[in-house]
Design a protein around this ligand. Structure first.
Ligand code: SAM
Length: 293
């Protein structure tokens, strides 16, 4: 048997220790490593907030060619990832649990699931792990006897689990304390409070004749907050009524906000501001946060 390859790309813990460990098992470590080296994920790793360890499934392959797949019993197209290398790689790494197999038929990844995964950082295992399939999929015994569950990123079929793993890791990492510059960012975003986010604008205040809503340029933070909340409610009502239904619909106060906004729009006050219309004023600095993306 070949000696096990070292996991690709672990980073040393930061001064306060890593906040979340995530182990990813894949036959293409560079695919995951390259994406997770830059931008927000790279920064989170550099700061020691995310301890991401990427393991090569071939590390436990026992034949000279380090094969990880074989033809399906019963015939049919394509190849199937064999159980031996997968069990071997996982047992060598003893990764944090839950260990989740990425699979189109798994539990759907939605923001509450992302929050559950963030919470594994404070569990005894200190995180969670992801197993990427390839080809026609993975031998059923991996699902039955090795992993703790299956996770899907949507009702479509990818060529492999690596892109799905990246989606999971990025969605989770954004919620780790200290990763995004502005602590309010995650709470205000789509799905943060069961709503879609309000529309965002930056400079210039007018672009090809399309103006930024006036209320956003007034510097009146109360009016801006009301406008944003009304827009988030209206947008959710229009595009994702299922989200509103699952939080019990609109409260009395929310209905007023949305009605006021509709009245303003009907009156041609396209700043859309429930109580947000003013005579204008100096443009507020649109860069009112320091997000890292
Ligand atoms: N034959 C499988 C089927 O019909 O369900 C699809 C296999 S797919 C080509 C190869 C691998 O990509 C899967 O084993 C899984 O790890 C990953 N994958 C594909 N679609 C996915 C999705 N929507 N969510 C998560 N992983 C996915």
């Amino acid at each position: 048997m070949n000696p096990p390859a070292a996991p690709v790309g672990p980073r040393p813990p930061g001064p306060s220790g890593p906040r979340l460990r995530v182990d990813v098992f894949t036959i293409f470590p560079p695919l995951v490593e390259n994406y997770c080296a830059g931008s927000l994920l790279g920064r989170a790793r550099h700061l020691g907030l995310l301890d991401l360890r990427i393991h090569d499934l071939r590390s436990a392959a026992t034949d000279p060619r380090r094969s990880v797949d074989d033809t399906p019993f019963g015939g049919g197209a394509g190849m199937v990832l064999a159980p031996g290398p997968i069990f071997g790689a996982v047992e060598l790494a003893s990764p944090p649990r839950p260990l989740l197999l990425l699979a189109p038929g798994g539990r759907r990844l939605e923001q509450p699931v992302v929050e559950e995964l963030v919470a594994t950082g404070s569990s005894p295992s200190g995180g969670f792990s992801l197993l990427c399939g390839r080809y026609e999929g993975v031998d059923q015994r991996v699902s039955d006897h090795l992993v703790d569950g299956e996770l899907s990123i949507g009702d479509y079929v990818l060529a492999g689990g690596e892109a799905a793993a990246i989606v999971v890791v990025e969605a989770v990492t954004r919620l780790l304390p200290g990763v995004m510059g502005n602590a309010d960012s995650a709470a205000e975003e789509s799905f943060g409070a069961g709503l879609l986010e309000y529309p965002q604008y930056t400079r210039p205040a007018e672009f090809r004749g399309w103006e930024v809503p006036e209320v956003l340029r007034t510097g009146d933070h109360g009016a801006i907050a009301r406008w944003r909340r009304a827009m988030a409610l209206r947008r959710t009502q229009d595009r994702r009524p299922d989200l509103l239904a699952s939080r019990g619909g609109l409260s009395e106060e929310e209905r007023h906000l949305v009605d006021d906004l509709a009245d303003d729009l009907a009156d041609g006050r396209t700043d859309g501001g429930p109580d947000g219309r003013t005579d204008g004023g100096p443009a507020d600095d649109p860069a009112d946060g320091d997000r890292v993306s």
